[in-house]
Design a protein around this ligand. Sequence first.
Ligand code: ADP
Ligand code: MG
Length: 327
Amino acid sequence: PRLANQIAAGEVVERPASVVKELLENSLDAGASRIQIDILRGGHQLIRIRDNGCGVEKEELTLALSRHATSKVSTLDDLEAITSMGFRGEALASISSVSRLIFTSRSAEQSEAWAAKAEGRDMAVELLPASHPQGTTVEVADLFFNTPARRRFLRTEKTEFNHIDEVVKRIGLARQDVSITLTHNGKPVRQFRSGDSDVALGKRLQVVFGQKFLAQAIQVKAQHHDMQIRGWLAHPQACKPSHDYQYCYVNGRVMRDKLINHAVRQAYDELLPAELQPVFLLYFDIDPRQVDVNVHPAKHEVRFHQSRLVHDYIYQVLHQALNEGLN
Ligand code: ADP
Ligand code: MG
C-alpha cells in the first residue's frame, strides 16, 4: 500500500499548494464556514488547516486516512452526479504517505476530540486523545521528507507560498459564504471575510484583480437550458500586468479547461492582439449529469458530454457580451 500511495501522491501532491487545495476542499465538503490556513516556510515545513466543519468520529478517523476511503460517494449514481469537491478518497492517504500528518477532529456528536497520526513509511495510524472544538485541524509537516527526489523539485519558499496563495484566491472567489484566512510564517496574508454574497465577492474581487477591475469589466449573465454562465470579462489593461487573470469555475470547482479557454479566447479574437491574454472570471453551472469531473486526478479538467454545443454556446454568449460592452 505504501508504494501505491506514493504513486498516487505523485498525481495528487505535486507541491505544497496541491496539499492546500485538497485540504481546503475537504474543509468545504465538511460544511465549514470558517477556515484558517497557516503555512510555515512556503509549506516545506508545515501546512496547517483548521475548520469548523462536521468533523470525523473517532471510529472513522483511521478509515479517513486510508486509501479509497471516501464518505462522499456511496453509490454509482452518486458518482454520475458528483456535487462534493472530493470523491476519490485518495488525498489524505497520498499526502500522509509523503509527509508527517496529524488529523485532529471532533464531530458534533462527540464530546471529546481525537488525533490520528500517520507518517510516510508504514501508514500505521496512531490514535490519541486530543483537545479540539467541533471541526478538524490537519497538520502536514515535512512534505516529501521520504521522497528526496520530489523534495528537490520544490522551489523557493516564496514561490511555493505564491502557489498556495493562488489556490486560496481561486477557491476564495468561489465561496464568499466561507471566511478564509491565510498566514505565512505567522504573518497574516489574506483575510477573506464571509458575508452578504455580492459585498463579500466585491471585496475579494478587488483584492485579487485590483481596484480598477470592477469599473472596467463587462458583466455576463446568461442561461440556456441546463447551463448558466455568470461572471466578468475584461481587457488586460484593467489589471496589473504579468499575472494570469483567468479564473474559471464549473459547478463551483476551480477549472483550467482547454475547451472553455478556447471558447473564451475565440470570443476575444478580434479585440485582443494574440500576445495579450484575456482577463476573466467565469462561473459555469451545469447539470452535474452533463459533465464528468472524474477525468484528471487533480480535477482541473472536466469533460462535457455535449462539448461542441457547450463550446459554441460559451463563445456566443461571451462574444455578444464583449461586443455590447464595448459599444
Ligand atoms: P475524499 O475527499 O475524496 O473523500 P480524502 O482523502 O480527501 O478523500 O478524505 C477522506 C475522508 O476523510 C473524506 O471522505 C471525509 O470523510 C474525511 N475528511 C477529510 N477531511 C475532512 C474534514 N476537514 N472534515 C471532515 N471530514 C474530513
Ligand atoms: Mg478530499
